[in-house]
Design a protein around this ligand. Sequence first.
Ligand code: FES
Ligand code: MG
Length: 596
Amino acid sequence: MSGSTNGTAGRPKLRSQLWFDNPENPGMTALYIERYLNFGLTPGELRSGKPIIGIAQTGNDLSPCNRHHLELAKRVRDGIIAMGGVPMEFPVHPIQETGKRPTAALDRNLAYLGLVETLYGYPLDGVVLTTGCDKTTPACIMAAATVNIPAIVLCGGPMLNGWHNGERTGSGTIVWKSREEMAAGHIDYEEFMEIVTSSAPSVGHCNTMGTASTMNALAEALGMTLPGCAAIPAPYRERGQIAYETGRRCVEMVWEDLKPSDIITREAIENAIVVNSAIGGSTNATIHINAIARHAGVPLDIFDWETIGHKVPLLVNMQPAGKYLGEEFHRAGGVPAVVYELMKRGLVHEGAITANGKPFGPNNSKIASRDHDVITPIETPMREEAGFIVLRGNLFDNAIMKTSVISPEFAERYLSNPSDPGAFEGRAIVFEGPEDYHHRIDDPALEIDEHCLLFIRGTGPIGYPGGAEVVNMQPPAALIKRGIHSLPCIGDGRQSGTSASPSILNASPEAAAGGGLAILQTGDRVRIDLHKRSADMLLSVEELNARRAALQGQGGFQFAGNQTPWQEIQRAMVDQFDEGMVLKPAVKYQRVAQTM
Ligand code: FES
Ligand code: MG
């Protein structure tokens, strides 16, 4: 904003008036205005200095997780108009986690780019960002950070709880569980379909603490939503009510000139990391929060996740780390109740300013947990030290592990050797991407037993463009039938936030970018030490060097070709997971609305 006033109301001149009320260029003003009148707007609405508020619409038929935003937008409009603004709704490139091939993560940066152009190039004074499905939330916040006009997030909310035979069926988590049941021969395909589809009983996003619930909770922890916004289930009446309040508030934010750069500070990012541990959030959060930080110009690296987040206790008993689903989380108090508990130990920055114009602490000082079985008091957490740890070694410079999902079975088998707690060694089984894994996992020739570690590579931002959610690999059916439900899994891909697998994932650099995983071979001995945070191939330096030379001789690590123009464009300029998987050339464009 220019800081000058329009003279009539003594208010600052709006950015939209560069288009709609620019006496220095009447010809362009007329041209800008005339086409926006043809759907019924009046010249007065556009020329009287009313804030033009965009509604970035992520809902559509291809994106069912966000589709009810088409309805919610009506309440957003009501709120905007009630505060004297003019709503203008526009589409965001669809990103549907479960429907997009080869992977929805490929499209996060594409939606980001499109939204940056829209926010920068059109007469918008502020924007309501509609979020929900996994990547829609980071894509929207990344773009708002780059452009830096007043912006507020309206979460879509989770689906209602799924139920089957009296048991909760949670999005995604039930797929991993039922897949095992089917492999073990306990259920057939028809039953598998019936159980899995029961987990999606209404509009809304995944009802587990997968990536969608995580990223919406973290949008709230960042201060980008109204307090309490993230957890309200999609069909609840409070969802429509907060849509209205969010629209109202966006108009006020324009007059207060409260921008993403005021909200997304280092303190806010640290709050998001702490809340992520306490809710048992998705490993994908590291990629998306690091991307938001980079576009906002906030210094952050992957090791900060352990430094800031590892010691934080797990307070939310929600699948996949726990038992409940989105409805219980909301009833127990949602994100504000979690923050209330964290504040007892001084674990969050209470002074961070948020979208309602108030600091984070006072916003969250009133709602304690209403159900201690769902959101535990911090004195009796579900688990101490629930955050991620970051490992490194000759396999990769860094990879993360979510400690909140380590099962008793896994811990007993791998972590409780009294002479060397936390360390395990085994024989590597290496798969070249998800197709190879599905093709060969049950091949008896691999002789996979409980002393093996499963590796997958070629699945990072370049290798499998966007990064495949495939590291949570199921053991061979023969092992599951013997009661072994998980083997250590390691890879340069991602893992669904709904998975309870304690994988070592997001390895950076990936094999396709020259990471050590590229030279690993099936049969190699590998040692993981969770206490030393190390992960190494037990090979001599000479052998490592010889393999590297051989790989270079073959022209480097091979991966599948591009199928679309965007795959080629993104592969050429994408950064690694630990750097947020951002488009490298995009990072230098910061606060671009100020450059008009
Ligand atoms: Fe869209 Fe999980 S698939 S939220
Ligand atoms: Mg996912």
